[in-house]
Design a binder for this molecule. Structure first.
Ligand SMILES: [Fe+2]
Length: 303
């Protein structure tokens, strides 16, 4: 079809709109419909392909995997890059890089001051201590900042979504001490893949892609008067470190992992086995009223 004919159809559809409704929704939906009409035309999409896609979207919705699909198709990373760009235009550069939240945060994790233990007794995996400070962008420590941390277990599963784990296993909220310090004990997470044969897996296979993430730990870091940071650190050495299906690995988010084996180190941490140790500071930027908010409102699980 020629462009004039397609545009005439689009206009006919849009002309059915009244003054009622939501202008923002109208603008976005009309643009998406226009782009898809042209996709169908340009790629000569056949009716069977179109209805297969509609059916796929229905199944993907039922499976609850749209959060994974959004990450896998790069949308979540793209939103991060757009936020980086908005901040850069306002003169905000440096600090701890943001990266994707993913769909597996659960609100309401127990909060403690200064330090926390994330793992349950007998949690399989290599013991980990991670510690550091939350800093303002002038380098001053931020006392009373909130470090929300969550990560997968030794099988790559998250508590709440994996009902075999205790409530809030490997999830805590840590309030920084007077020196802006946080510290936690846990076990090293491993990487994980999207559910086998699920909606995300089937889509990625059609794209000739894998659905694996390297081992990582998620964080929200917030303090009054500062821009909330959503980020992750990666566990160095993971074979998928720079091959994340969700595009979340970024320079500056791969801290050095040290293995502590000396008796004095073990004594200091009151443990009797060697452990992994990660030092990492989070630097937050001062809030600027003109910038898009980094406190992103979206539906999240809540235990
Ligand atoms: Fe994750």
């Amino acid at each position: 079809m020629d462009k004039n004919t397609i545009d005439a159809v689009l206009k006919k559809i849009q002309d059915t709109e009244t003054a009622a409704g939501n202008p923002r929704t109208k603008a976005i939906v009309n643009r998406i419909v226009q782009d898809l009409f042209y996709t169908i035309e340009d790629l000569d999409v056949q009716p069977e392909e179109f209805w297969a896609a509609v059916n796929y979207l229905t199944e993907a919705g039922r499976s609850g995997e749209y959060g994974l699909i959004a990450a896998g198709l790069g949308f979540e990373h793209f939103l991060d890059l757009r936020m980086d760009e908005a901040e850069a235009r306002a003169g905000i550069v440096g600090g701890t890089p943001r990266t994707i939240e993913g769909p597996l945060y659960v609100a309401g994790a127990p909060e403690t001051l200064g330090e926390a233990r994330l793992d349950s007794d007998g949690e399989p995996g290599e013991l980990l201590f991670m510690q550091g400070q939350v800093l303002a962008d002038d380098g001053k420590p931020l006392a009373g900042a909130l470090v929300e941390v969550w990560h997968a277990n030794h099988q790559g599963h998250y508590s709440y979504f994996d009902k075999s784990q205790q409530e809030f296993n490997l999830r805590r909220s840590i309030r920084t001490d007077a020196h802006g310090r946080y510290r936690f004990r846990s076990v090293l997470p491993i990487g994980y893949s999207v559910p086998p044969n699920g909606a995300t897996d089937r889509l990625l296979k059609q794209m000739g892609r894998h659905g694996t993430r390297p081992a990582h730990i998620h964080f929200f870091v917030s303090a009054p008067g500062h821009r909330k940071l959503t980020t992750q650190i990666n566990i160095d050495g993971d074979p998928y470190l720079w091959n994340d299906f969700a595009f979340a690995t970024r320079e500056g988010l791969v801290p050095k992992l040290v293995r502590v084996t000396d008796p004095a180190g073990l004594d200091a941490h009151q443990v009797d086995a060697p452990f992994a140790s990660i030092d990492f500071n989070f630097t937050l930027h001062a809030e600027q009223a003109t910038l898009p908010d980094t406190e992103i409102i979206r539906p999240r699980a809540s235990a």
